[in-house]
Design a protein around this ligand. Sequence first.
Ligand code: GAL
Length: 802
Amino acid sequence: MLKLRCFILYFLMLPVLVYGQGNVRLRESFNKGWKFFAGDEKEASKVNYKDAFWRSLNVPHDWSIEGDFSNFNPAKPEGGALPTGIAWYRKSFVVPSSSKGKNVSITFDGVYQHSEVWVNGKYLGKRPNGYISFSYDLTPYLRFGKWNVIAVRVDNSAQPNSRWYSGSGIYRNVWLETTGEVRVDLWGTYVTTPEVSESHAKVSVETSLKNSGAGSNVILKTFVVDEKGKEVGKSEVSVHIEGKSAVANQKISISNPILWSVDRPYLYSVVTEVYIGKKLTDHYVTPFGIRFFNFDAKKGFSLNGQPLKILGVCNHHDLGALGAAINVRAMERQLELLKAMGCNGIRTAHNPPAPELLDLCDRMGFIVMDETFDMWKKKKNSKDYHLDFPEWYKRDLEDHVKRDRNHPSVFMWSIGNEIREQFDSTGISITRELTSIVKRLDQTRPVTSALTEMVPQKNFLFQAKALDLLGFNYNHAKYDSLPLKFGDYKFIASETSSAIATRGHYDMPSDSIRRWPKDGKTKLTEGNKDYTVSAYDNVSAYWGSTHEETWKTVKKLDHIAGLYVWTGFDYLGEPIPYPWPARSSYFGILDLAGFPKDSYYMYQSEWTSKPVLHLLPHWNWQEGKTVDVWAYYNNADEVELFLNGKSLGVKAKENDDLHVMWRVKYEPGVLKAVSRKGGKEVLVREVKTAGRPAKIELLADRKEIRADGRDLSFITVKILDKEGNVVPDADNLVKFSIRGEGFIAGVDNGYQASMEPFKADHRKAFNGLCLAIIQSSEKRGTIVLRAVAEGLDPAVISLKAR
Ligand code: GAL
C-alpha cells in the first residue's frame, strides 16, 4: 500500500504531461541545456549574443558551492566563505508551432538573488528576493516554431546580504508551462476543508481563472480524487469570464474521509477541468489533505482532535556538499533521518522553501512553520533584504502564501524571525499589515512570528495584538511564566537550544556546561585549537541551552505547543563560536554530511517509542584517563555498564534525567551497556577500542537508484581497524574513482573547519567517517565506486541505476 502511494505521489510530483487529457496543460522541466558565465556581460541579454564559449550545465545550479573557501570572499565565514558575485545564464529553446494560440509561461522556483530575465531580448522583469518563486508570461514575445532565447542575470555581488550561506544562481527548478488561453492562474487554486469529521468533510475550492483571449463562458468541473485516483466527489459550475480573469467557488462533500496526520499523511487531490463548450482547455491538479487542528492557550496543539506536541527542527535550505542547488532525494534523506529521530516538524528558517520540500513534508507527515522573512525594514546585514523590503514585501508575502496554502503540512505562517522592529513602535503597524495580507489569502492557519523580547510592554510585535500564536526563540527558563506575562495567548517555542557540537569530539568533564561564547561582549577564549566542540551536549551559545535543558522544560509544559530546535542539520555559514577557518555551523543534531551527533539519540529515546540504547563516547583514550560514559535509553528501567566483562554498576534515570553517566578509569577493551526492563534484557550496545586504520568500508543508503540524472546514493565511508571497528580519530585521505552511469556530486566529512572542496574526487575522513554522494546519469546500468587510501585495504561498492 505504502509503495503504491509513493508511486502515485511520485507521479503527481513529476512534470505533469497531460496528453491523456487532450494535451491541454504541459508542465515541462526547463532545467536542461543552459549556458553559464560567471561574471557580468552587458550584451548577454541580446538574442544574438554568442554564448558558445560559455559553460554548458543543467540547473538547479549553485555556483558558490563550486568555489574555494576564503576568508577574503565577501560573504565572509558567516555566509559560508564561498565566492558570490554576478553571473549569467542563457538557454535557447524551440517552442513548437502547435503552441501558437496557447499561453506559455516560465516559472522559477527560486533564484539567489536579484535576478533579471529577458526573452528574445525583451526585458521581463526583476525579482530581488532570492527565495521567492516567480513567473513570467512569455506568450507575446515568443517565436513559434523557431529558436528563442531566455537570458537571466543573477546578482549576488552586494555582500554581506545573509547571516547564513545562501548559494548563488538558479538553484531551484525552472518550469515551462503551456496552457490553453483560458486556464487556471498561477497558484490559482485554493483548497480548504471548512468542515471535517470522521464521517464527512466539506472541501471548498476557490479557482482563479485567467483568459488571454476574448470573454468566455466556461464550465468548471472539479473533482476530488483519493490517493488511488478514485473520484470521491465532484462539482460543476458555469463561469462567465468578464475581461481577463474570474474566480469561482465550489463546495464538495465527501464521506468517510481519511484524515491527514503525521503518522498517516494521506493525500487527496483536486482535479480541475476547464471547458469551453465541450473542449477541454485546462487540466490542473492540486494535492491537498483533510485535517483539522487547534492551538490552545492551555493545552497546546492538537491534530484531528488528538493532543500532539510539535517536535520540530529549524533548517536552512542548503544541502551540505550539494550547496543550495535543490535535489529532491537529498531533501528526502534529511527528512527520513529526522523522522527516524521522532521529529515531526520543520521550520523553514528563515525564508520560503523549495516547493518540493513542502511536497515531501505533505507526504512524509511534518508540521511546517512556513516562514517568509528574516528582516523587515531594519537590517541585520548592510546589504540584506531590508533594502528591498519596502518595494517588495507585499508581493513577496502574497506570492509565498498563495504558492504554499494548499499544502496540508503547512500549519502556521511566520511573518518574521527575530525582527528588529520588535523593539520599537514601528513594529506595530508592520505586524498588522503583514498579518492582514496573510489573512486575506488564508484564514485557516495562525500567523506567528519568532520573538525574542520577553517583556510584553517592550515587544511591539506583540503590542500589535495581531498575531494568533506567539513564537518565542530561546529563553526556555521563562516559558512557564508566559501565560502570566502575556495572558491568554497561544505559545510555541519557535526556535530553541543553539547547542553546539562536532561529531565524535568529546571534552570532559561532561557534566560542566560551557556557554560558547559566554556573552555578547567577551571573545571566546576557551575553544579548541582545532575548532571542534564537544558532542556531550555540554556546550551551547549563551543565548541558548543544551538540548537537554530545553527539552526537559518543553516536555512538561502543556501550554507550549511544541518546539523547533535550532537546527536539524549543520548548515554552511554562521560558524558560532569560532572565527575563520570555521565556515559552517555547529548547531545541527546531525552534521553537514548528515551523520548523527550523539544528541540525535537523546531525541530518539524521547520522541519515539522504538527501543533506543546509545552509548558514548568512543573507546580510544589514554590509559588511566577518567572518561565520562553516557547512555541514552528508553523502554527500560535501567542500564548496566561493563568494562572488559566487569560490571561498573547499574544506573537508572532519576527525576527528569535524560541520560545516565558513569565516570570510568579508562583501560582499552570492550565497553558494553545492557538495558533491562523488569529484569529482562532489552538492548545491548558495545564500543570497542579500535586499533590502527586498516581498511575502508563503503555503505550505501540506497543500492538502487533511478536513472533519471537526479537521483542520489549517499555512501558512508568508514575507516576501520582490522577487526572492523571504526577508528574514531581516523583522518585518512580517501580517493574515489567511479565507473558506469553515475558521477560524484559531492564529498564531505562534517568537519566544520575543513578547507577541502565539496566538488572533488577525494576527502579526508574526519573522526573515522566521510561521505561520497553519487548521482545517476540518465542511462540505466551499473555504477561502481572504488575508494582507496594509502596503507589501507581499498573498498568497492556497486550500485544499480534503473
Ligand atoms: C537565532 C537566529 C538564527 C540563528 C541562531 C544561532 O537567534 O534566529 O537564525 O542565527 O540564532 O544561534
